[in-house]
Design a binder for this molecule. Structure first.
Ligand SMILES: *[C@@H]1O[C@H](CO)[C@@H](O)[C@H](O)[C@H]1NC(C)=O
Ligand SMILES: *[C@@H]1O[C@H](CO)[C@@H](O)[C@H](O)[C@H]1NC(C)=O
Ligand SMILES: *[C@@H]1O[C@H](CO)[C@@H](O)[C@H](O)[C@H]1NC(C)=O
Ligand SMILES: *[C@@H]1O[C@H](CO)[C@@H](O)[C@H](O)[C@H]1NC(C)=O
Length: 142
């Protein structure tokens, strides 16, 4: 009897947890489909690699190996949602990308804090925020 009761409590708790998964200041979301990767989702929905990770911190692992089909993930936070993005290609440089979008390299690096200061860790298929607006606060609201 006690065992059944604990099972019900656990089931109720996990339903609450699933419903509470998206931050209350999430302004757009997507449902994970079979074969999705984080960078694939980022490219599809115009979300930077950094932003997708930041707004789902604590939900999606840093290695992005725990996505599951049907999972609803947040794509951006209200007022802090960069939707001007570029998918990096082989041979790209930060200087070149910044020049193409007419933004300073400093703006590019500020909006993509996952890049190192000399941009040597840029990789093909990484999605970058290339907006001239600075998005500084990707704090999730409870
Ligand atoms: C996802 O976004 C849609 C609107 O596009 C909204 O109706 C839905 O409630 C959102 N899902 C969650 C879990 O917040
Ligand atoms: C993503 O951005 C590209 C280029 O600006 C645009 O053509 C496309 O419609 C955007 N896609 C979405 C889902 O917003
Ligand atoms: C590039 O941006 C600057 C302001 O940051 C603006 O003055 C200039 O006109 C822009 N150039 C082009 C080609 O859009
Ligand atoms: C960042 O955003 C959170 C959630 O919206 C807010 O509570 C916090 O005050 C903001 N911090 C700054 C420095 O703007």
């Amino acid at each position: 009897m006690l065992g059944l009761f604990s099972t019900l409590v656990l089931a109720a708790a996990s339903v609450l947890q699933a419903e509470a998964a998206l931050p209350s200041n999430c302004d757009r979301n997507a449902t994970v489909a079979a074969g999705n990767t984080c960078d694939g989702i980022s490219a599809q929905y115009n979300v930077s690699t950094y932003q997708l990770a930041a707004v789902n911190s604590g939900v999606i692992d840093p290695a992005c190996d725990n996505l599951y089909v049907g999972e609803v993930i947040c794509l951006g936070l209200t007022g802090q949602d960069c939707q001007t993005t570029y998918v990096a290609q082989s041979g790209d440089t930060c200087v070149g990308i910044a020049g193409f979008y007419n933004i300073s390299e400093n703006t590019l690096l500020t909006n993509n804090p996952n890049l190192n200061q000399i941009c040597t860790n840029l990789y093909p298929n990484e999605v970058l925020c290339v907006s001239s607006t600075i998005y500084v606060n990707l704090t999730q609201s409870a």
